[in-house]
Design a binder for this molecule. Structure first.
Ligand code: SF4
Ligand code: SF4
Length: 96
């Protein structure tokens, strides 16, 4: 599922990638794949900014602003006219 185009905060620095494959394992939306012994991004618009890849990359190759700023929360806020909250902070209900 895609959220909004070109809004995900996902930043990937290929030169820091060791090819461990952890990001491929943990991403629930298949954003990462292995290409030539390094991670590659299929389509950043699939990213829901859950932060799993950032938390699991031990080599600092991935940065994501996870939590309140995630695309799902933005959409929810647009639909309801309220604050963008999706539960990623663990306080507001089920996480996306
Ligand atoms: S977790 Fe980090 S080091 Fe491992 S493959 Fe993904 S980007 Fe590369
Ligand atoms: S933040 Fe979540 S959805 Fe986005 S690339 Fe990382 S693991 Fe995948």
């Amino acid at each position: 599922m895609k959220y909004l185009k070109n809004v995900a905060s996902l930043v990937y620095e290929a030169e820091k990638c060791t090819g461990c494959g952890r990001c491929v394992e943990v991403c629930p939306h298949g954003v990462f794949v292995m290409r030539d012994k390094r991670a590659g991004i299929t389509d950043a618009d699939f990213c829901m900014e859950c932060g799993a890849c950032d938390r699991n990359c031990r080599f600092g190759a991935i940065k994501v602003n996870s939590g309140v700023g995630c695309a799902a929360a933005i959409i929810g806020g647009m639909l309801t006219g309220g604050e963008p909250v999706c539960g990623c902070d663990g306080k507001s209900g089920p996480s996306c």
